[in-house]
Structure formats: structure tokens, C-alpha cells
Design a protein around this ligand. Structure first.
Ligand SMILES: [Fe+2]
Ligand SMILES: [Fe+2]
Length: 377
């Protein structure tokens, strides 16, 4: 041991230097040589104030304040939604088992859903950017990101279902093979026409209304979607769709929690004027979302005379194929239950509920502004 200690001489700095910089290598001077370090106190006196950021909408400057910790908790739980569209049991979907008519009818329902659910990623991404621009708390920005992510999954399911049933569809390169398919195609073109009008209204609305009003409108959409997917999960017999509805419904339930957590904070502080806007937005939400939850009212939906009779035929075909599109009576019951639930949430905060005569709900008569609609799944 002692002889080893004698021979193992520790490396000196010079040894290290010699290893990397053999003797004779010319040294290069550093670009700057400091005679002395600046005095920080003196430097501080010389600093200049940065120009103020005066833009009405700008994502800078940043801060990470959290005003609604509950939102942060829900966000934390949403990091892993626990499912993925690509891992659903698509291999169990035997397309050949369905007639051409049935495939076109099932794809139609997914195309109808896409007006609401496939618009989700763009709608919430826009809301997220807006939340940055108006310097909303970190928790709100994050909850929009989480919803955007979920909606991207829902959009993917719409796309996978439509592509499996009608490759290249719903419009594009898919040529309808049956009369039902041709009716479906025409209806989808009209649905997308209305979707485009919705998007134009939404883009204006998102910048026009303060966040609490936006959230009340989102709330309506989330109540609607949670209800819809829950019942579709129960009524469909096609296993991959049953599974998809279960997961999508759970996501929508989480979106509903986001809305409720925020509204619990903001509703009690809302002015009467803002509460009236919420009442109007609820009517707008009802009208827009009835497009899938019930039947599209004329207040917003521009549709040809053939639309409803065609939709009823197509849905009947899908139902016969085991795809559980709800009957009109079941839809009425479902939609009414969801809306009444919403009414009981907001009324204690002094928000008046609009009259929804279509499903026999009493309330305030309010005007409808198709130009500024916010609701979304
Ligand atoms: Fe969704
Ligand atoms: Fe949602």
C-alpha cells in the first residue's frame, strides 16, 4: 500500500495543461481583457426603463400567477387523459359487416359531430392564445391547452370513424354509393356551411367578451357534450365506438369541471349587465348545440327543406346498424335534462335563464345574435 502511494503522484495543473496543450502551442488572447469589473450600484443608476408594452393584445410580458388553484389541480389530473384514439380497438370494427348504406349513414353522424367536436382544437387553441394576449392567470391558459389537447383526440376519432366507413370522406374524394349517401353528402355540405358561419362568429366573439362570459358559454357546450357522449356510450352496440364514447365523455366531464371551477369564482362577482349577456349566450348555445343534441332551430341554422327529412332517414339507417343515434324523443328528454341541470347551476347566482320553448323550458325572452356565438364542445 505504501509503495503505491509513493509512485501514484497526483496530477498537477501543469500535467493537465501539458496533456491538452502540448509545450510550444501559441496561446490566443481572450477577445476582451477587463482592467476592472463594473460597479453594479453605479450600473444600476445608469439603466434605462424598457418601453412600455401598450398593445391591446400582446402575449408579453409574462407572469405565472394562479388565482384559481382548483383549475391547476384539474389541469394536473388532465396531463394523462388515460386513452388515445390510436389505441382504441379499431381492429374489431368489421366494416364489411355493414351495408354501403349503413356505412354512409354512420359516417354521416360522425360528420355531423365534427361540426362541434372537430372544430374544438381550433376553437380552444384560439381561446388559449387570447388568454395569453389578455394576460389571464396561468391556470386558465393551461386549462385551455388541456382542452385543446383533448379536443384533438375527439377530432381524431371523428376522422378515423369517417375514414373507416367512407374512405376519403366525408366530402373530398369519397363518392357516395347510395341514395342515402347522396342525401348525407348534401346535408354535410350544408352542415359545414353553417360550421363556417359559426367559426366567423366565434372569432369575433372570443375577442369581444370577457373571460367569465366565454366560460359560461363553454359551460353550455360541455354540459351538452358530456350528456351526448354518455348516452351514445350507452346506446351504441359497436364496440370501438362504445369505447370511444366512454373516453370522450370522460374528457368532456373534465372540461365541465374546468368551467364550473372558474364560474364558481367569477359568477358571484359578475355585473348585472354581464349576467344578461350570459342569458343571451345561453340562448345562442342552445340554438347552436341543438344541431346535434336535438334538431337544428332556424334561428341560426340555414338549411334547405330536404335537410331534416334526409337526416331522419339517414339516422334510422344508422340506428338499424347498431349505431345508437338517439331517437327524437330520447333527444328531447336528454337535452331537457342537461339544460335544466345547467339552469340549477347558474340561477342561484342571479343569472336568468332564457326561454327555450323548443324543449318546454320557461325563461326570459332574449334576442339572438348569430354574429357572436361562443358555445363549443
Ligand atoms: Fe370534445
Ligand atoms: Fe369539451
Amino acid at each position: 500500500m505504501s509503495s503505491q502511494n509513493k509512485t501514484a503522484k497526483p496530477n498537477t495543473r501543469q500535467d493537465d495543461l501539458d496533456q491538452f496543450l502540448p509545450a510550444g502551442t501559441p496561446l490566443t488572447n481572450p477577445p476582451t481583457k477587463h482592467d476592472s469589473m463594473p460597479d453594479p450600484e453605479k450600473l444600476l443608476l445608469e439603466t434605462e426603463e424598457a418601453p412600455a408594452i401598450l398593445d391591446r393584445l400582446n402575449i408579453f410580458p409574462f407572469d405565472w400567477r394562479v388565482e384559481t388553484p382548483r383549475l391547476m389541480e384539474i389541469y394536473e389530473n388532465s396531463r394523462d387523459p388515460g386513452w388515445s384514439p390510436s389505441k382504441l380497438p379499431w381492429h374489431t370494427l368489421d366494416v364489411e359487416k355493414f351495408t354501403l348504406e349503413q356505412r354512409e349513414a354512420i359516417a354521416y353522424w360522425w360528420a355531423l359531430l365534427s361540426v362541434f367536436d372537430a372544430s374544438g382544437p381550433a376553437v380552444f387553441a384560439r381561446a388559449m392564445i387570447h388568454a395569453y394576449e389578455i394576460h389571464e392567470e396561468d391556470a386558465i391558459r393551461k386549462c385551455f391547452l388541456s382542452v385543446t389537447r383533448d379536443e384533438m383526440n375527439h377530432e381524431e376519432v371523428c376522422g378515423r370513424a369517417i375514414t373507416a366507413m367512407t374512405p376519403g370522406g366525408p366530402l373530398g374524394s369519397y363518392e357516395p354509393k347510395t341514395t342515402v349517401g347522396k342525401l348525407a353528402r348534401n346535408n354535410i355540405e350544408w352542415l359545414y356551411h353553417n360550421g363556417a358561419r359559426y367559426w366567423n362568429g366565434y372569432k369575433k366573439a372570443v375577442e369581444h367578451y370577457p373571460m367569465p362570459i366565454l366560460f359560461s358559454s363553454f359551460l353550455f357546450g360541455e354540459v351538452a357534450s358530456a350528456t351526448l357522449f354518455h348516452s351514445m356510450h350507452e346506446s351504441t352496440e359497436i364496440s370501438v365506438f362504445k369505447e370511444a364514447f366512454k373516453h370522450i365523455g370522460r374528457d368532456e366531464g373534465r372540461h365541465l369541471s374546468f368551467c364550473l371551477a372558474l364560474l364558481k369564482e367569477v359568477l358571484p362577482r359578475m355585473t348585472d349587465e354581464d349576467k344578461l349577456i350570459v342569458t343571451k349566450q345561453f340562448r345562442a348555445g342552445f340554438v347552436f348545440l341543438s344541431g346535434i343534441l336535438y334538431e337544428p332551430p332556424e334561428d341560426f341554422w340555414q338549411l334547405p327543406k330536404s335537410f331534416l327529412p334526409a337526416q331522419r332517414i339517414i339516422e334510422e339507417v344508422a340506428r338499424e346498424a347498431g349505431f345508437g343515434v338517439l331517437t327524437i324523443d330520447k333527444r328531447y328528454e336528454n337535452w331537457r335534462t342537461a339544460v335544466v341541470r345547467l339552469k340549477t347551476i347558474v340561477e342561484p347566482h342571479g343569472v336568468l335563464f332564457p326561454a327555450l320553448p323548443e324543449i318546454d323550458v320557461d325563461g326570459e325572452d332574449v334576442s339572438f345574435d348569430a354574429d357572436k356565438i361562443v358555445p363549443i364542445f
